[in-house]
Design a protein around this ligand. Sequence first.
Ligand code: PMT
Length: 402
Amino acid sequence: MLKDKNIALYVTGGIAVYKAVDLLRTFIKEGANVRVGMTESATKFVNPLTFQVLSRNEVHIDTFYESTPEHLAHIHISDWADIAVVAPATTNTIAKIAHGIADNFVTSSLVATKAPVFVVPAMNTDMYENQATQANIQTLENRGIKVLEPDTGFLAEGYEGKGRFPDKERILDELESFIIQHSEDLPLKGYKFLVSAGGTEERIDPVRYITNDSSGKTGYAIARAAYYQGADVQLVTTAEHPLPNAIEKIKVSSADEMYQVIDKLFELTDVLVMTAAVADYKVASQSKSKMKKDELADKIVIELEENPDILKAMGNKKDKQFLVGFAAETENLEEYARKKLEKKNLDMIIANDVSREDTGFNVDFNEVIILTKDDKRFDISRQTKNNIARIVVEKIINELNA
Ligand code: PMT
């Protein structure tokens, strides 16, 4: 999402400046171009050279120091930026932005920018909760500036409170959501995605269940990838992982529960992606109370009955919907996957070999073959599930536009 984005990172003076170094590294790793402006007080916490080396760009501090005669640095960086990030933002800088004060490089540049502005406050709890700070934050929000809520935890002052610089994962999620809100040309804008994730849990009794090795990582990665391309995403899942707030998460446990949710949401869905490892069978009669070992024989038989085939049922009733299945195979990968594509009336199927230890279930990597109903075939080499998800979503976009 941040690839090739121009980010102006404005660093203001608080103890959390050292965390902005890591944030900058994350932006660079994600493929963004970053230019940094610092207030004088920020330079007291971390030497500007650190930001210069990591961003591979000059760091701007003094509004009146112009290293390039062709342009004014504080105007140039604000025109160049696709997004302005103020992190950490002190109460002082927040107040200045709220009131249009331009008395240093950072605030002058922010007054001039037309890019969306994303603010990450970090300060002492009492400063954060002060009425003036809260009123200034409200002013920024009223202007469409995104102000992140700080984390609660151990502060530099030696006690617990609200005001901590958030984890970089949370900042990234919120930043990406903010960018999506400001992007008009994303290919999946207006599309509703319904994604399933994780292995279903089929109860034997209140304390035991039958499940499988699916971690839900693939489903979460697909949900994110679709969301980053502008889709409205609902995720039906048995597994728990972090997710951008804008993705609606619906927790289920059994195949029956997953079926009911998907069946209900299907009519308003444009694209259904079933990554979930749905158990084919459930326990025929679940025990309401814990089965007592003392009362059981040495060998017991648990009778199983068929679960609904969710994807097949949706395939039977689809009209406009684009259906994507995953095929977990241990042999004859392509042949079996293509049979499932036909039998379940799918538009695309992603075949993966789940007999391997370095791909498939419960690892971060996968290697897949993408097959479409009109006989296209794409071999995707072993890579992270996040990358695979991006490629799968790209292929879905191509098919939707075909
Ligand atoms: O969650 P991870 O740890 O990241 O692992 C990812 C994965 C290996 C689970 C994933 O890549 C995968 O292969 N998911 C499909 C697992 C599966 O159930 O495959 P299947 O070949 O049995 O089913 C084919 C398709 O029908 C699947 O899309 C499945 O969701 C769907 N199905 C299956 C049975 C059933 N009763 N209802 C269904 O909807």
